[in-house]
Design a protein around this ligand. Structure first.
Ligand SMILES: Cc1cc2nc3c(=O)[nH]c(=O)nc-3n(C[C@H](O)[C@H](O)[C@H](O)COP(=O)(O)O)c2cc1C
Length: 233
């Protein structure tokens, strides 16, 4: 099994530790782990040139950094993506990475590998906003086509991991155990649910009448998705 872990922060605080507890429970000694820290591994900000969407992702000046992370994602069965809560949102550096992946949103050129993956999204806050963050990260994964997404979020009642009360640490461990058990049971058996299929169906109709983006249309045609083929089959 391969797992990609993307940390929306560079330091090892509460969010990192919450993810690490899940990682320990899901990954075995034979798991290949691809781990990235933002901003160290983040491409520079998207400049908004739209070339990735209109002409192909290879046209992005940041392509090397972006494609390295994309390759890890495509190879992995499980994606763990975390972010501390900053002003009720994910960190700016994680959002920057998501901006670079706009070309693989379902409205453009979704990757067929996405449709059988399991996502785990994690956020911690000092008090509030952590649910908005996991919802926001989960939305990104849904638009990539990931059908199964687990949300793990906590108010830590503290600004640093060392001060997180024992009771909250126990809650994090308990939730990590529940999610890890679920993920282990789902491995290799993920079915693309009705929500993803519906969204794909709408995007397919858009692509059928697409006469404005050759790169997107070509991708759908090459995959046979404008005919009978589907990414989950
Ligand atoms: C820039 C910044 C913004 C923050 N915004 C919020 C917030 O909106 N709500 C909240 O409850 N905590 C907020 N916090 C606190 C962190 O979300 C909280 O301490 C979190 O557990 C830190 O995780 P970490 O140790 O992984 O960095 C903020 C912290 C920083 C540095």
């Amino acid at each position: 099994m391969e797992v990609t872990i993307i940390h929306g922060q560079g330091h090892k605080g509460s969010t990192y530790h919450a993810s690490a507890i899940i990682k320990e429970r899901i990954c075995g000694s034979d798991t290949v782990i691809h781990e990235y820290f933002m901003p160290k591994d983040t491409p520079a900000f998207c400049t908004g040139c739209s070339q990735c969407i209109l002409k192909g992702e290879g046209k992005c000046a940041q392509h090397d950094k972006v494609s390295r992370i994309e390759e890890s994602i495509l190879r992995s069965q499980v994606l763990i993506i975390d972010s501390p809560t900053y002003c009720f949102e994910m960190t700016g550096q994680l959002k920057t990475l998501f901006d670079h992946f706009a070309y693989m949103w379902m409205i453009h050129r979704p990757r067929k590998e996405m449709f059988t993956k399991i996502g785990i999204v994690v956020s911690t806050s000092a008090g509030a906003g952590h649910k908005s963050v996991t919802k926001s990260i989960a939305r990104q994964l849904s638009w990539w086509g990931v059908p199964k997404i687990h949300r793990v979020h906590f108010s830590c009642n503290a600004s640093v991991w060392e001060n997180v009360p024992e009771k909250i640490r126990e809650k994090i461990i308990k939730r990590a155990e529940v999610v890890s058990q679920k993920v282990k049971g789902q491995l290799g058996k993920v079915k693309t649910g009705i929500k993803t299929r519906l969204l794909f169906g709408i995007m397919r109709r858009v692509q059928k009448s697409n006469n404005w983006n050759v790169a997107d249309k070509g991708h759908w045609q090459q995959n046979g998705w404008l005919g009978k083929a589907r990414p989950w089959r």
